[in-house]
Design a protein around this ligand. Structure first.
Ligand code: ADP
Length: 560
């Protein structure tokens, strides 16, 4: 026995010390060779009905690597796997007559030892060969069985670990894509990012996304292509005759095959994968990933499936958002148009009503006086509403941009208090005001700031019980002036807090004698505050206890 070629056992690390399957296998081979004085060790795996070499080690070859060995159909190995026990052969029948000094050629004695890791039946087997010395003994076999058992467990652990790592990596890709696209609401941007991610994840040559339009009709929304081939974006195509698509649509699973890209004027590629994007059971889009190089393997398909499930959600959100925005645009457009159309006739009605009521057109019968006063009042209310709708429309579209100028906030507060005082008296409310000492110059437009303050104070009265208590306080900081309007009224429950600044949003509570309103006040007020670089927030509220709104405006000096 040539002991010089044999590595001492201590130097071979324990087979279970690594979580890399390749390393575990290599160490298994080295240990087995050392412990059983073998010249050649091969690790075989049974796959379907074949025995495939996983790794091999040969002392006779320079680098220890093995030449391919014809063990694919080896009967003795099958027997060992079936019995779950070592099978020893001497002389080794497979090498009979072969003269080569490497590979199986010069093997005289052999041992085939299955790697068992209960509860699974083994699919792994060690083939050991000796070129010199005596046959493998029962003692060798017993020793090898122990090693084989350790190795089986180590290999299984390493493989499980590798699988877990792969799953983690796959999930990470999903998380990354989710983080990247979740916050985006522009459909074009979402599509572009999904496609780039899919392309990069599997090094594909092309990724294409199409929206399902019902049946087999699909509109191409975007495509990224390493070869710069241009997709007919925006075109609706029928996919009825494209087999992988039909299969992916029916099974709702990724399908690999060939897509006839030439039918839409693009260069066909060798391998195509179709991933259906499904949300809530509904097929919303198809993601096609293609390349020339090679087929997509199981792992790549799993990664793309992961991207697909995130992409489906992001895509659906972006599409919904777009239709919402479109609906909102149509609504605003209609309201604007209606408000414009109403303005002229309303001012004519208002004008005549005022003339009738103030006697310009002659003394009105006394029975008309009250109804005329109501007409004049209601016409004013209506005119106010129309103005609000028009202003809200302008603020929303950004047309009402005003740069602002220096204005005295203290004076604005004084005037707002005077206007509110009259109403407070009428409804027996208490209004407490703490204006800032001296003048405070802020960015703004007196009309607009007056409007914001009136809205806040009126709301405070409106949404408080009788004998409301409302306070207006102010604070001047280094860069900002803050006006706070606080009431002890009904407050705002949690589910409404995020919405009250939206156009037309009202907390409807009909059973409670809820005050009438349009739901435009806070939207307009906040938009106006923002026009001057300020803001308006609900600072505190508690249902049944009250609310406090804070208007913040930049100080004129600080902003200059
Ligand atoms: P409007 O008062 O015309 O309904 P706003 O935009 O001013 O419109 O207010 C929107 C909604 O916010 C109101 O309908 C009301 O439900 C709620 N709200 C506003 N201010 C207060 C407040 N001070 N206390 C309680 N709820 C309020």
């Amino acid at each position: 026995m040539d002991n010089a070629a044999k590595a001492p056992l201590e130097e071979v690390p324990d087979v279970g010390d690594s979580l890399d399957p390749a390393k575990v296998m290599e160490r298994t081979l080295r240990r087995a060779a050392d412990e059983a004085d073998a010249d050649l060790v091969v690790l075989l795996r049974r796959e379907d009905d074949e025995l495939v070499e996983e790794a091999g080690f040969d002392r006779a070859s320079l680098n220890g690597h093995l030449q391919p060995i014809p063990l694919a159909g080896d009967q003795a190995s099958r027997l060992a796997l079936e019995l779950g026990e070592p099978v020893l052969r001497s002389p080794e029948p497979l090498s009979a007559g072969a003269g080569s000094s490497a590979g199986l050629g010069a093997i005289r004695h052999s041992a085939r030892v299955p790697l068992r890791a209960e509860p699974e039946t083994s699919a792994l087997l060690l083939f050991l060969g000796r070129r010199r010395g005596g046959p493998f003994t029962r003692d060798d076999a017993a020793l090898l069985e122990v090693l084989a058992h350790q190795a089986a467990i180590a290999i299984r652990n390493a493989e499980l670990y590798e699988r877990a790592q792969k799953t983690a990596r796959r999930l990470q890709v999903g998380v990354d894509v989710a983080l990247e696209v979740a916050a985006r609401l522009e459909p074009d941007e979402v599509v572009e990012r999904i496609l780039r991610r899919a392309l990069e994840a599997v090094e594909a040559d092309r990724a294409t996304l199409g929206r399902m339009e019902g049946g087999f009709e699909c509109t191409i929304l975007g495509s990224v292509d390493r070869t710069e081939d241009q997709a007919p974006v925006g075109r609706t195509v029928s996919l009825e005759s494209q087999d992988p698509v039909v299969e992916a649509m029916t099974t709702r699973r990724p399908v690999q095959g060939h897509l006839a890209y030439e039918r839409i004027g693009m260069r066909p590629l060798r391998w195509d994968l179709v991933i259906p994007l499904v949300v809530g059971g509904e097929l919303v889009a198809l993601l096609g990933v293609s390349r020339d190089r090679r087929q997509f393997d199981e792992d790549e398909i799993a990664v793309l499936q992961q991207i697909g499930s995130v992409a489906a959600l992001a895509f659906r959100n972006a599409t919904l958002f777009q239709s919402l925005r479109e609906a909102s645009r149509v609504r605003s457009q209609f309201l604007n148009m209606a408000a414009h159309e109403l303005r002229t006739p309303l001012s004519v009605i208002g004008g005549y009503a005022s003339m009738l009521s103030d006697g310009t057109l002659g003394e009105a019968p006394s029975a008309w006086r009250m109804p005329l006063a109501v007409v004049v009042e209601k016409t004013k209310e209506l005119a106010h509403l129309i103005d609000d709708i028009l202003l809200a429309g302008r603020l929303e579209s950004g047309v009402a941009r005003t740069s602002g100028r220096s204005m005295d906030l203290t004076a604005a507060l004084r005037e707002a208090t005077q206007r509110a005082g009259a109403r407070a008296k009428l409804i027996d409310a208490r209004l407490k005001v703490e204006p800032p000492p001296g003048t405070v110059q802020v960015w703004g437009e007196p009309d607009h700031v007056a409007r914001i303050l009136d809205n806040l104070v009126n709301n405070a009265f409106n949404y408080s019980p009788e004998q409301a208590e409302v306070s207006i306080t102010s604070e001047v900081g280094e860069h900002w002036a803050v006006v706070r309007v606080e009431d002890h009224g009904r407050g705002i429950s949690e589910e409404h807090r995020d919405h009250i600044f939206q156009q037309f949003y009202r907390v409807e509570d009909p059973k409670d004698g809820y005050p009438p309103g349009t739901g435009l006040g806070l939207f307009i007020s906040r938009a106006l505050a923002e026009r001057y670089g300020g803001n308006l927030d609900l600072e505190w509220t508690e249902p049944g206890q009250g609310s406090r709104f804070a208007l913040r405006l930049p100080l004129f000096d600080a902003a200059a």
